[in-house]
Design a protein around this ligand. Structure first.
Ligand code: UGA
Length: 446
């Protein structure tokens, strides 16, 4: 097992492609597997399809070194590799529970391929899956399809991923910890050796555990982070009712306590993206299936459901009725440095504003193309932040892009019809801006 150098990675999303490309740049030979030939073709030509800082450069480097190849031929990939990572999507079903259809189909493919293989092969589930999935679904399907035995002919690990979009390469190369849940010792030791080789002297702490604990660690991590956000947003909403109280200072004040920690205490309009909303919902649904009502986590979700509408409330406070008012939306992506609009709070805010018959013009440095797919002609799109605020009656800061932070109050006054700002992400200094312009902040009591 010391010689493992050949890896297959199923899935070409953020987790799959970043994992594949990082391994390919660390001396491993990697097959990246997709079911879509057009995607494989694009990726093999150096286009990673998704936007992620640094990914394209690393992909091109790996292609040049011939250590990376994207293919739909999973049988060839498995026959010519020693370990397969499963990194396919696990979206939500309409009832909030997890959709495991991609996990099931990949497990079936792996089983079919293993049937024709003699050597030991390690399967590693990286996708976020609810506890028991690796053992009760992945293992079961692979055993049925391959007629082989887990623990003897093939190994099985659950190794959750903690990378953030926009920082995916950095996070893959510098994780805080590695969690290895394993079916047996051999599986765990095999994966540990791979990570030792991958990280060398920079090896982070490794937690070795069983499959279902590893699965739960991922959900608990995301639910905890979501809880921190809903918590700080709750305190922010209280701050607004206390003259002079400021959530940014409260967050600083509590964050210095090591037991609390300073991260993920930025109050705003709520969390979005492809992970927190779906994982919190899946954990609630899973827990209920087990007969336990996770009240705390349900509240985390409830707070987050309402938080985007704070933007509307504050806009009304500034300019009254929104009908026929021109509202400038700065920021559409679910967070800065990505074009991703999955579960972005901007969608909820814009839909509500449309309901109120406001006229909307929006700008985002990267996400306009994705916004067009959602809103089409229902809203207008600006070509720059300044273009967006021109003649507007109110501007709402929805995503905290750096370029918005640089806009001075004078620019808002110069270009807007009625200068009024809702700072939904606390990017402006209340002391400076409040003196010059009508402005409302999340978590700032007046
Ligand atoms: C999140 C986790 O941070 C990763 O560790 C995890 O691997 C990933 O989900 C996943 O499960 O795949 P990501 O969704 O890329 O990563 O984005 P985050 O940076 O965590 O932000 C999520 C949302 O929370 C954004 O809408 C952001 O605006 C919001 N947020 C974050 C706040 O409102 N306040 C904060 O203090 C931090």
């Amino acid at each position: 097992m010391d010689t493992i150098k050949r890896i297959s990675v199923f899935g070409v999303g953020y987790v799959g492609l970043c994992t594949a490309v990082c391994f390919a740049n660390k001396g491993f030979k990697v097959f990246s597997i997709t079911t879509t030939p057009e995607k494989a073709e694009k990726i093999n030509s150096g286009n990673p399809i998704i936007y992620e800082p640094g990914l394209e450069k690393m992909l091109k480097k790996a292609l040049k070194k011939k250590t990376f190849y994207c293919t739909i031929d999973y049988k060839y990939a498995i026959a010519n590799s020693d370990i397969s990572f499963i990194a396919v999507g696990t979206p939500s079903l309409p009832d909030g529970s997890i959709d495991l259809s991609q996990i099931k189909s990949v497990s079936k493919n792996i089983g079919e391929a293993l049937k024709e293989k003699k050597d030991y092969h390690l399967i590693v589930v990286k996708s976020t899956v609810v506890p028991n999935t690796s053992e009760k679904i992945v293992k079961k399907i692979i055993e049925e399809e391959s007629n082989k035995k887990c623990g003897k002919d093939f190994g099985l690990c659950m190794n959750p991923e903690f990378l953030r979009e926009g920082e995916a390469i950095y996070d893959t190369l510098n994780p805080d910890r590695i969690i290895i849940g394993g079916y047996d010792k051999k599986s765990i030791n095999t994966l540990e050796k791979i990570y030792k080789k991958f990280y060398g002297k920079k090896l982070p702490p490794i937690i070795k555990t069983n499959l279902s604990t590893a699965e739960l660690i991922k959900y608990a991590s995301n639910a905890f982070l979501a809880m921190k956000i809903s918590f700080i947003n709750t305190i922010a909403n209280i701050c607004e009712k206390i003259p002079g109280a400021d959530i940014v200072e409260v967050a600083k004040g509590i964050g210095l306590d090591k037991r609390i920690g300073a991260y993920f205490l930025n109050a705003g309009l709520g969390y979005g993206g492809s992970c927190f909303p779906k994982d919190v919902k899946a954990l609630i649904a899973f827990s209920k299936e087990l007969g336990y009502d996770p009240l705390l986590i349900e509240s985390v979700e409830e707070v987050n459901k309402n938080q985007p509408y704070k933007a509307i409330e504050l806009a009304k406070k500034l300019i009254g009725n929104l009908e026929n008012k021109r509202i400038a939306i700065l920021g559409l992506a679910f967070k800065p440095n990505t074009d991703d609009m999955r579960e972005a709070v901007s969608i909820k805010i814009i839909n509500k504003l449309l309901e109120e018959k406001a006229e909307i013009i929006a700008y985002d440095p990267m996400a306009i193309e994705n916004a067009r797919k959602i809103f089409g002609e229902k809203i207008k799109y600006a070509s720059s932040a300044i273009d967006c605020i021109k003649n507007a009656d109110c501007c709402i800061i929805v995503t905290e892009w750096d370029e918005f932070k640089k806009i001075k109050p004078e620019a808002f006054i110069k270009y807007m019809r009625n200068p009024a700002i809702v700072d939904g992400r606390r990017i402006y200094d209340p002391k400076k801006y409040s003196k010059k312009i009508k402005i409302e902040f999340i978590g700032y009591g007046k």
